[in-house]
Design a protein around this ligand. Structure first.
Ligand SMILES: Cc1cc2nc3c(=O)[nH]c(=O)nc-3n(C[C@H](O)[C@H](O)[C@H](O)COP(=O)(O)OP(=O)(O)OC[C@H]3O[C@@H](n4cnc5c(N)ncnc54)[C@H](O)[C@@H]3O)c2cc1C
Length: 307
């Protein structure tokens, strides 16, 4: 395993400890605000208003995952529906990300599908696109199944995420091509064993480029979701060579990461969206951001020491 992935694995292990979670949640909120737009929908929409001033569009994401009761599923589904309506007060392109374990995946597949349909119907009424995030590898089969089922039921305002770190993804992408999928390609943020995921960064990067090219070459809309400038440059050259229409490509990044690059791409006329997470359940999302970059762990350590 290379050092980047070794570091990520170690941080995600530590982050799972209850004591660490308790401490970080109490003390690191100020630093977490760099990555999390706030705890309320109003704060998230204010963050999106600010991004729009730079020509960057927002992706609304209510934080929360792996729910364990039907009651929570109902609460999250209702809240997300209300957020879609609130977002509709804005004149911008509207876009939402959801995690299926937030609305019942792992608890009750049928309940999850019903919740997803309710959210998608509300989203469709308000001209809002919905992207299903991809979670850890045990969730992939059911996520693909849900995406196909919902698309086959006529929800065209729906896209999916695929992770280049997983060995299975190339074949997953091919299995989806009959749906002409709108895909977001990411590297993958979860700790995965060598049996399912590549353990060296150069292979994950190469797979990322290859997945983007495959989906674009098939004529499908593709979100290139990375802060890796080298990969972005490489794909921009390839897109130009292949004559890929610009309306089929967008660049997506996370709130608080590489704002300079987000602004530059938007100023150059590319379609750029930033993922805007918000809510009180920010810890799992935040720990994945810490696990991506050693410098971030240092900031958290300082916040913990300062108290
Ligand atoms: C819009 C969007 C949606 C996503 N959705 C999913 C999803 O559904 N499922 C999933 O598994 N993953 C998702 N991810 C996360 C993704 O898998 C990666 O973990 C994350 O994007 C970091 O990888 P990278 O592609 O930027 O490349 P890296 O090679 O990790 O990073 C490239 C450069 O980006 C900067 N950078 C990256 N991460 C950080 C950070 N945390 N703090 C500061 N700088 C950083 C650094 O300058 C770094 O050198 C999403 C990412 C984006 C942008």
């Amino acid at each position: 395993m290379d050092t980047t992935l070794l570091y990520r694995s170690a941080v995600l292990n530590v982050a799972n400890h209850r004591t660490v979670q308790h401490l970080v949640t109490r003390r690191a909120w100020r630093f977490a605000r760099r990555f999390v737009a706030g705890t309320t929908i109003d704060e998230a929409l204010t963050a999106i208003d600010a991004l729009e001033k730079d020509g960057i569009h927002g992706i609304l994401d209510l934080l929360g995952e792996m729910v364990t009761s039907q009651q929570e599923v109902l609460e999250f589904s209702q809240l997300i529906g209300q957020h879609v309506t609130s977002f509709a007060s804005r004149p911008y392109p509207r876009y939402l990300s959801i995690k299926l374990t937030q609305i019942g995946l792992g608890l009750d597949f049928d309940l999850m599908i019903e919740s997803a349909k309710t959210i998608l119907s509300t989203a469709r009424e308000h001209d809002t696109f919905v992207r299903i995030d991809m979670e850890d590898s045990p969730r992939v089969d059911d996520t693909l199944r849900a995406f196909r089922l919902l698309r086959e039921q006529g929800f065209d305002n729906l896209g999916l995420v695929l992770q280049s770190s997983l060995r299975r993804t190339e074949s997953d992408l091919r299995s989806l091509l009959d749906l002409k999928p709108n895909l977001r390609i990411v590297k993958g943020a979860y700790k995965e064993p060598p049996t399912v995921a590549y353990q060296d960064k150069s292979t994950v990067d190469a797979a990322f480029v290859s997945l983007v090219k495959t989906n674009l070459a098939e004529g499908n809309h593709t979100a290139i979701a990375t802060h890796d400038e080298r990969i972005i440059n490489q794909l921009q050259s390839w897109n130009a060579e292949q004559g890929i229409p610009s309306e089929r490509v967008e660049y997506q990044m996370l709130y608080g990461i590489r704002r300079d690059l987000q602004r530059r791409l938007a100023a150059e006329g590319h379609f750029v969206r930033a993922y805007v997470p918000f809510g009180t359940q920010w810890y799992p999302y935040f720990s994945r951001r810490i696990a991506e970059r050693p410098e971030n762990a240092w900031f958290v350590a300082k916040a913990l020491i300062a108290g």
